[in-house]
Ligand binder design. Structure first.
Ligand code: PLP
Length: 331
């Protein structure tokens, strides 16, 4: 939802570029090297989207007919068009996420298939951090990745919002990536670029992902224009994420004061319960106040760079002014 700022656009306009399909774009190379160094991986690879970065990672980890274990709520399973199965020939084994977003190790263990012609070979455990705004505890991260490796599985992290977890936990990038064989980092979410993700991993893994990126149509030419936005975001916008988290707390508190049931946000995402009979009326009411929202009974609200405190205050006021309900009466 963010729009690139004037300063980010200036950095994009000034970017030195080359042909990234040939690996000749100096700005893309700089972004890839910067993130690889920060997260402690051999190499990085720039993608147009997080969806494509995740898919290329799954395809570089798994062959046709292999299986990957993934949370039922995970983006790669639920919100990426079924690409792993449809385009990668990879069999997903979805596992229920607990309320805190975690998948208990016993549940993972039960899903690992024995070697038997009846079953697809289980190759990979894919986790997500943050997942629905919830942060994976470092202890869980260590136990889950160690457990996967002990069982011969690779580990991939969809780190679309890894910087939110880093800021929340107060750790560095290497700690947040520890135990994962590959990590996909999005620059276009809280960090505010128009597009772009970087996949991180060992050199030979990234070389395989690079071939899949080409096959998936993700080989971009003068992509330095986009990579420059990413470098700008890493230099200027990571430190602003704490404000998004504080704004999410503020919004949650305001909504609770109206009488709505709100899940306390851990980072920049919160969920509020809207009585089902009111979703369409509330959507229209908010639209009338210039607020475009997908209103569901379990409604997701996300704070970001462009959702400044006055705008959040305006959104809260619009909720307060909704005339047709008494949320307390709806429990
Ligand atoms: C957790 C997660 N992973 C991956 C993606 C995909 O990113 P993109 O929209 O760049 O394809 C998203 C997008 O919202 C996401 O929330």
């Amino acid at each position: 939802m963010t729009r690139p700022s004037a300063e980010m656009r200036a950095a994009m306009a000034a970017a030195e570029v080359g042909d990234d399909v040939y690996g000749d774009d100096p700005t893309v190379n700089r972004l890839q090297a910067l993130l690889a160094e920060r997260f402690g991986f051999e190499r990085g690879l720039f993608f147009p989207s997080g969806t494509q970065s995740n898919l290329a990672a799954l395809m570089a980890h798994c062959g046709r007919g292999d299986e990957y274990l993934v949370g039922q709520e995970a983006h790669t399973y639920s919100y990426e068009g079924g690409g792993a199965a449809a385009l990668g020939g990879i069999h997903p084994q979805p596992l229920e996420n607990d309320a805190d977003g975690l998948i208990p190790l016993a549940r993972i263990a039960r899903a690992i298939k024995p070697q038997d012609v009846h079953f697809p070979p289980t190759r990979l455990l894919a986790l997500e951090n943050t997942i629905g705004g919830r942060v994976l505890p470092l202890v869980y991260q260590r136990e889950a990745t160690q457990f996967a490796h002990q069982h011969g599985l690779h580990t991939h992290l969809d780190g679309a919002r890894i910087y939110n977890a880093i800021v929340k936990l107060g750790v560095d990038e290497r700690a947040a990536a520890a135990g994962f064989d590959s990590v996909s980092v999005c620059l276009s979410k809280g960090l505010g670029t128009p597009s772009g993700s970087v996949l991180l991993g060992p050199a030979e893994f990234i070389e395989r992902a690079r071939r899949w990126r080409k096959a998936l149509g993700g080989g971009m030419r003068q992509a330095g224009v986009l990579a420059a936005a990413g470098i700008y975001a890493l230099e200027h916008n990571v430190k602003l994420l704490a404000e998004d988290h504080a704004n999410a707390d503020y919004l949650a508190c305001g909504l609770r004061n109206i009488g709505l049931a709100v899940e306390p946000p851990q980072t920049n995402i919160l969920y509020v319960d809207v009585p089902p009979a009111h979703t369409e009326d509330l959507r229209r009411h908010l639209e009338g106040r210039g607020i475009l929202a997908t209103v569901r009974p379990h409604m997701r609200l996300v704070t970001h760079l462009d959702a400044t405190r006055p705008k959040i205050e305006g959104a809260l006021q619009a909720f307060r002014d909704y005339p047709h309900w008494n949320p307390r009466a709806h429990g």
